[in-house]
Design a protein around this ligand. Structure first.
Ligand code: BGC
Length: 825
C-alpha cells in the first residue's frame, strides 16, 4: 500500500518537519523514530560509490570518470554502468548517489571537466539519461548536479555565472532538462555558484519555476555541501534539503522564521514532503536498515569497467597503422612515463574513491606479452603536489589543539596523507579540537634534488632531523586544496645522496585562525617526499627508446590537476613531458603516446609521433583497458566529447578575464552559444582534433542518407536513415553523428549542432541500416524574445559524419510552417 505522506506530515510537529530539511551528518538525512521515518544515506559519486569515508574507507569499484563515459558515445553501455553503480551504492548502504555531473565543458580550464561529460548538451544529456535510467532501475536515486552554471572552480563557493538566457536554455539547462523529463531523475543538487547574482540554492526562478514548474520535476532538490546561505530564501525557492548536516541555515532558525511569519508553514511542509517522497521512492520506509559498508569486489563489475575503459579510449592518430601493436617474442619495448607504473585511474575531489585495486599499464602489458622485453623509465614528473610516501604513516593523536594532555589514540593510514572529512580521528569527539604527530623516515633512493612538502586543512609543520623545515602553521592561509579548505602546498628542496636517511617529524593541529566560510568537519594532512626527476631521467628514457623496437610514452596529468576546488592553469603538459616526448620520438620513429587527462592538452610534438591514444582516467582497470586497445584485444571505441584546440588562444574566453575566470565575483558567459565546436566553427578556427573525432582499427563507409519524407509539418518527428558498412579488415564500432544546420533563421545560430547519434558494431564486410529520429526540438532554437522554443519554417540541412569536421553525407528537409513551444508556466 502506498504511504500516506500527507497523514504522516499531519502527524508531525513543525520542528519535526523542519528537522527533515537538513542532513543529520555528512551523509544521512534525519530520521524521526516516533513516526518510523527512516534516515537515508547518500554517497558520492559519479565514478563509484565511495561510502561515508573520504579516504581509505572500505574499498569500492572505481569506474571511468565522466568524460571517459561520454567518450564511449554508447548509451546502452552507460545504462549498464548506471545499474552497476546502483549495486555499488547498495553495497555501501546508500540509496542516493550524488551523480551524474552534467555541467558542460565551457572552457578548457575547469578543474572538474573530467567529471563532466561534454561540451555538447545533447551528448551530455544522452549519456546522463542512460546513466540515470540504469541507476534508478536498482532503486537508487540519481542526484543530477550541479544545477546550473557551475562551469569552473574559480571562486567556486561564490562566483556568479552570468549567462544569457538563450545559452542557458540551449546549452547549460538542456542536460538537466533531458535527465528530468526523459530520465525521470529523483533528485537534483544545486551548485555552489550563483546565477545572475543569486545563489543557486536560493534561485526561485530556476528551481521552482523552471525545474519544477516548466519541466515538471517531482523529486528532491538538495544543496551542494555547505552551499546553503539563507534560511528563508532557499525554502521559498524550493530547495528541500540542506546538506550536509547538522543544519546551519535551518533547524531552529527555520522554526523561528515560520513562527515569526517570515515564511509560510506550507513551504516547509512542501519540502518535507519531498524528503519523505524520496525516502519512499528509494525503499527506505520499506527497509529502513542502514547496513555497514561492504567492500565486495565483483567480477562482473571488473569486466564492465575493463570494457568501458577501452570503449572510451580515443585513437587520436595512427599513421601507417602502427597500432594495434603485435610485438614479436624477443622484441624490446621501452615503456616511458610515470603513468606506466603509477596508474592514473580517476580525478580528484569528491569523485575520488578508494579503488579495490589499480591495474598499471606496464603490468598489464607484461602480463599480455610475457615474451617481450619491456623496460621502464619514468622520464619526467607529472605531479602538481610532491608525491606522497607510499608507506604507512602512524599518527599519535591528542584531544587538544596543542598536544597537551595525554595521547588518546593512534591512527595508521596507508600512505602519508590522512583526511578527516565528515569523520573524526579515533578518540576525538565531534566538535573537540585535536592535534597529532607522526614520524616518517625518508631514504633517498638516488642522488639528486629531493622535495618535501606539506598541505593541510588545519595547521601543520615539519622538521627534518629535528630542524624546522616547513611551516604551514604560523602563516597558514586557506588555498586551493581540500575543496579550498586546505592551504596551498609549501615545499622544501634539498640535494641528497643515494642512501641518505632523514627523520621527518610532522605536527598537525585542527585549530585554525578564524577563517570566514571555513567548513567545519574538513581536516586533512598530506606530506610529500620524493626525488624530483631531472635531466638524467630524460636521458635514460631516451636511451632506452633508442635501443628499443618500439617506445610507448605514458604522459598527461593526474588527479591533482584534474581536480575539484581549483581550475587548471593552462593546457600544457606539466614538467618536462613535452621535451621528453619530443626527444623520445626523435630517438625512435616507432613511438606511441598514451595520454591521460580530463580535458585537452597542447601537443607541440604531434607531427613527430605516429600514434596517439587518449585514455582519460579509465578507473581501476586502467592498465588492462589501455593494454587491450594497444594490443588490439579491444578496439579503441571512443570519440572525443570535446574539441581539442591547436593553441590556447583558440579556446573559448581566452584573454578576456571577464569571460574567464571572472571579475568582481562575476563570470560573464559572453560567448553565448559559441562553446566547443560551435565556437571553432562559427569563428573559422580549425581545432587540432575535432569534436566527435576518433579513429578505428577498421574503416567505415556511410551511404544512402535519406529522410522518411522531404517536408515536415510543425509538431512532427522525422525519421532519418543511412547505411554504414565496415569496409576494413577488423571488427569495430562506428559512431555516426547527425548535425543539424539551419539554412536561414531570424536569430543567429551556430553553424551546426549535434542532434542525434548512434554507435554501431560491425564485423568486417558487415553493413547495417541505422535509423535516427529528430523531433521539433532538434530544429528549434530558444527565442528569448518570445520565451519559447521556435523551429522556423524553411530548409534545414542534415549532416551525417564521423566527427563535426568529417561530414560525409548531407540531405535537406523543409519545415513547412513555424513550430512554437512556449516555456512559461
Ligand atoms: C561537491 C559535490 C559532492 C559533495 C559531497 C561537494 O564538494 O561539489 O559534487 O557531491 O561535495 O561530497
Amino acid at each position: 500500500m502506498p504511504l500516506d505522506l500527507d497523514a504522516l506530515l499531519d502527524a508531525m510537529t513543525l520542528p519535526e518537519q523542519v528537522s527533515l530539511l537538513a542532513g543529520a551528518d555528512f551523509w544521512h538525512t534525519v530520521p524521526i523514530p516516533r513516526l518510523a521515518v527512516p534516515s537515508v544515506k547518500v554517497s558520492d559519486g559519479p565514478n563509484g560509490a565511495r561510502g561515508g569515508i573520504f579516504k581509505d574507507g572500505p574499498s569500492t569499484a572505481c569506474f571511468p570518470v565522466g568524460i571517459a563515459l561520454a567518450a564511449t558515445w554508447d548509451a546502452a553501455l552507460i545504462e549498464q554502468t548506471g545499474e552497476a553503480l546502483g549495486r555499488e551504492a547498495r553495497l555501501k548502504g546508500a540509496r542516493v548517489l550524488l551523480a551524474p555531473t552534467v555541467n558542460l565543458h565551457r572552457t578548457v580550464y575547469n578543474g572538474r571537466n573530467f567529471e563532466c561529460y561534454s561540451e555538447d548538451p545533447w551528448l551530455a544529456g544522452e549519456i546522463a539519461v542512460a546513466y540515470v535510467r540504469g541507476l534508478q532501475r536498482t532503486g537508487v536515486a540519481a542526484t543530477v548536479k550541479h544545477f546550473v552554471g557551475n562551469e569552473s572552480e574559480f571562486q567556486r563557493l561564490t562566483i556568479s555565472s552570468d549567462i544569457p538566457e538563450r545559452a542557458l536554455r540551449e546549452l547549460y539547462l538542456l542536460p538537466f532538462e533531458r535527465v528530468v523529463r526523459e530520465g525521470g531523475a529523483w533528485a537534483v543538487m544545486t551548485g555552489y555558484n550563483r546565477v545572475d547574482g543569486s545563489f543557486m540554492a536560493d534561485h526561485r526562478r530556476l528551481v521552482e519555476e523552471v525545474l519544477r514548474g516548466q519541466w515538471g520535476f517531482d523529486g528532491l532538490v538538495m544543496t551542494d555541501w555547505a552551499a546553503a546561505h539563507d534560511t528563508v530564501r532557499s525554502v521559498l525557492a524550493g530547495c528541500d534539503l540542506e546538506m550536509p548536516g547538522p543544519a546551519r541555515e535551518r533547524g531552529a532558525k527555520l522554526v523561528e522564521a515560520v513562527q515569526a511569519g517570515r515564511l509560510p508553514a506550507s513551504a516547509v511542509r512542501a519540502c518535507a514532503r519531498r524528503v519523505l517522497r524520496l525516502a519512499e521512492r528509494v525503499g527506505s520506509f520499506a527497509d529502513p536498515t542502514l547496513p555497514p559498508e561492504r567492500a565486495d569486489d565483483l567480477p562482473e563489475h571488473r569486466a564492465l569497467i575493463r570494457r568501458l575503459g577501452a570503449a572510451g579510449c580515443v585513437l587520436l592518430k595512427n599513421e601507417g597503422g602502427l597500432l594495434p601493436l603485435a610485438p614479436a617474442p624477443g622484441q624490446r619495448v621501452a615503456l616511458i612515463g610515470r603513468a606506466a607504473t603509477v596508474p592514473q585511474i580517476m580525478g580528484g575531489g569528491s569523485a575520488n574513491v578508494n579503488a579495490h585495486y589499480r591495474s598499471a599499464p606496464a603490468d598489464a602489458l607484461r602480463e599480455a606479452c610475457p615474451e617481450v622485453g619491456f623496460t621502464h623509465h619514468p622520464g619526467a614528473d607529472i605531479h602538481r603536489l610532491v608525491p606522497r610516501q607510499p608507506r604507512p604513516m602512524t599518527l599519535e593523536i591528542y584531544a587538544s589543539a596543542d598536544f597537551s594532555g595525554p595521547m588518546v589514540a593512534t591512527q595508521t593510514v596507508p600512505d602519508s596523507e590522512v583526511q578527516w572529512i565528515g569523520s573524526r580521528p579515533p578518540g576525538i569527539a565531534e566538535g573537540t579540537p585535536f592535534s597529532c604527530r607522526a614520524r616518517l623516515e625518508y631514504v633517498a633512493e638516488s642522488d639528486g634534488e629531493h622535495a618535501f612538502s606539506l598541505v593541510s586543512a588545519g595547521r601543520s609543520r615539519l622538521a627534518i632531523d629535528g630542524v624546522p623545515a616547513l611551516d604551514a602553521w604560523r602563516d597558514w592561509r586557506r588555498g586551493s586544496t581540500y575543496f579550498t579548505f586546505g592551504c596551498d602546498e609549501v615545499v622544501h628542496r634539498r640535494r641528497l645522496r643515494a642512501g641518505e636517511r632523514l627523520a621527518l617529524q610532522v605536527e598537525f593541529s585542527s585549530a585554525l585562525p578564524d577563517v570566514p566560510g571555513q567548513q567545519a568537519g574538513v581536516h586533512a594532512l598530506r606530506v610529500g617526499a620524493s626525488r624530483l626527476l631531472d635531466e638524467r631521467d630524460i636521458e635514460a628514457a631516451v636511451a632506452a627508446a633508442r635501443g628499443a623496437d618500439l617506445a610507448i610514452v605514458f604522459a598527461g596529468l593526474n588527479a591533482e590537476w584534474d581536480n575539484e576546488g581549483l581550475d587548471r592553469p593552462g593546457i600544457t603538459l606539466p614538467h618536462r613531458q613535452d621535451e621528453l616526448i619530443a626527444k623520445v620520438a626523435a630517438a625512435n620513429p616507432r613511438t606511441v603516446v598514451v595520454l591521460q587527462s580530463g580535458s585537452p592538452l597542447l601537443l607541440p610534438w604531434v607531427a613527430d609521433v605516429r600514434a596517439m591514444l587518449q585514455a582519460w582516467y579509465p578507473g581501476q582497470e586502467c592498465g588492462h583497458a589501455i593494454a587491450d586497445v594497444l594490443l588490439g584485444a579491444a578496439e579503441p571505441g571512443g570519440r572525443l566529447p570535446q574539441s581539442w584546440p591547436a593553441r590556447i588562444e583558440d579556446t573559448v574566453a581566452h584573454g578576456d578575464p571577464a569571460a574567464y575566470p571572472g571579475v568582481d565575483g562575476h563570470v560573464a558567459y559572453t560567448e553565448g552559444l559559441l562553446i566547443g565546436y560551435r565556437h571553432h566553427e562559427a569563428r573559422g578556427i580549425a581545432p587540432r582534433f575535432a569534436f566527435g573525432h576518433g579513429l578505428s582499427y577498421t574503416r567505415f563507409e556511410h551511404s544512402g542518407l535519406r529522410c522518411d519524407r522531404p517536408t515536415l509539418r510543425p509538431g512532427e518527428t522525422l525519421g532519418v536513415a543511412l547505411t554504414v558498412r565496415n569496409v576494413g579488415p577488423r571488427a569495430g564500432s562506428e559512431v555516426v553523428q547527425l548535425y543539424v544546420h539551419d539554412e536561414q533563421s531570424s536569430l543567429p545560430r551556430p553553424p551546426q549542432e549535434l542532434k542525434a547519434f548512434a554507435k554501431v558494431f560491425l564485423a568486417p564486410g558487415e553493413s547495417r541500416e541505422l535509423r535516427l529520429t529528430l523531433s521539433m526540438r532538434s530544429f528549434a532554437f530558444y527565442d528569448d524574445r518570445r520565451a519559447a522554443w521556435v523551429a522556423e519554417a524553411g530548409r534545414f540541412e542534415l549532416r551525417v559524419g564521423a566527427s563535426a569536421a568529417d561530414i560525409r553525407l548531407r540531405v535537406g528537409v523543409v519545415l513547412e510552417g513555424e513550430w512554437v513551444e512556449a516555456v512559461e508556466m
